[in-house]
Design a protein around this ligand. Structure first.
Ligand code: PGA
Length: 234
């Protein structure tokens, strides 16, 4: 299983240090073999080797240059970051990233050999139109994305389930994951209000290879409980 903690714009450097101490000792004490990834804010990055992967929530597709307010490859390399989230719905819908910009980011960071957690997902009004419209919407989010990229992980995150406490039902998750599995051999994560109470059931579904957790990952103990649930599934 692959378990990702996406902090979004939460936690300071000190809080992230305390969090990592808990998660790292849990991972080594329990000899966890699942893939654990943590995506802290840029300001909490540290140049320390860890027993879990640290990724970034965004990056600008350039080595360096005149891109005010952005973080480019050169700054990520300083921290030996090789893992990135691309296409998260908050970047698509709140920050206005277009599919073209997202695909350019994907191409750039794939060329640099990054592990890419690529997010797709539909808003509620799209889901209400039914399965065909839903899949058409999701497939459009793969335009310009190389589905054969070897370090690709895909996360299906319905927008209406992110940060709302509303989780997609197991049937809804399976329906989309089964459809994605027809064309994508990369691991498929589910995200959207995953928490201790539902993570085990979701990870047990067919074609679900892990979870991308936002709010509930902010508690190191809860995140460790979800990691323990993954190990029980093996
Ligand atoms: P959530 O966020 O777990 O708070 O719903 C998931 C995500 O946005 O990755």
């Amino acid at each position: 299983m692959i378990l990702c903690a996406n902090f979004k714009a939460n936690k300071t450097r000190q809080e992230t240090r305390a969090y990592m101490a808990v998660v790292e000792s849990f991972v080594s004490a329990n000899a966890i073999e699942d893939t654990i990834m943590v995506f802290p804010p840029f300001t909490a990055l540290e140049h320390i080797s860890r027993n879990v992967l640290i990724g970034v929530q965004n990056g600008y597709p350039a080595a360096n240059g005149a891109f005010t307010g952005e973080i480019t490859l050169e700054q990520l390399e300083e921290f030996e970051i090789k893992t990135i989230l691309i296409g998260h719905s908050e970047r698509r819908h709140i920050l206005g990233e277009t599919q073209e910009q997202i695909a350019a980011k994907f191409r750039f960071f794939a060329q640099q050999g990054f592990a890419i957690v690529y997010c797709v997902g539909e808003p509620l009004e799209v889901r209400e139109y039914g399965y065909d419209v839903l899949m058409e919407y999701i497939n459009a989010q793969f335009v310009g994305i190389d589905l054969n990229y070897p370090d690709l992980i895909v996360a299906y995150e319905p927008v209406w389930a992110i940060g709302t406490g509303l989780t997609a039902s197991n049937r809804e998750i399976e329906e989309v994951h089964n459809a994605l599995r027809q064309t994508i051999s990369a691991p498929l994560l589910y995200g959207g209000s995953v928490k201790v109470d539902n993570a085990g059931d979701i990870m047990a579904l067919a074609n679900v290879d892990g979870v991308l957790v936002g709010s509930a990952s902010l508690s190191a103990n809860d995140f460790c409980t979800m990691i323990a649930q993954a190990t029980e599934l093996q």
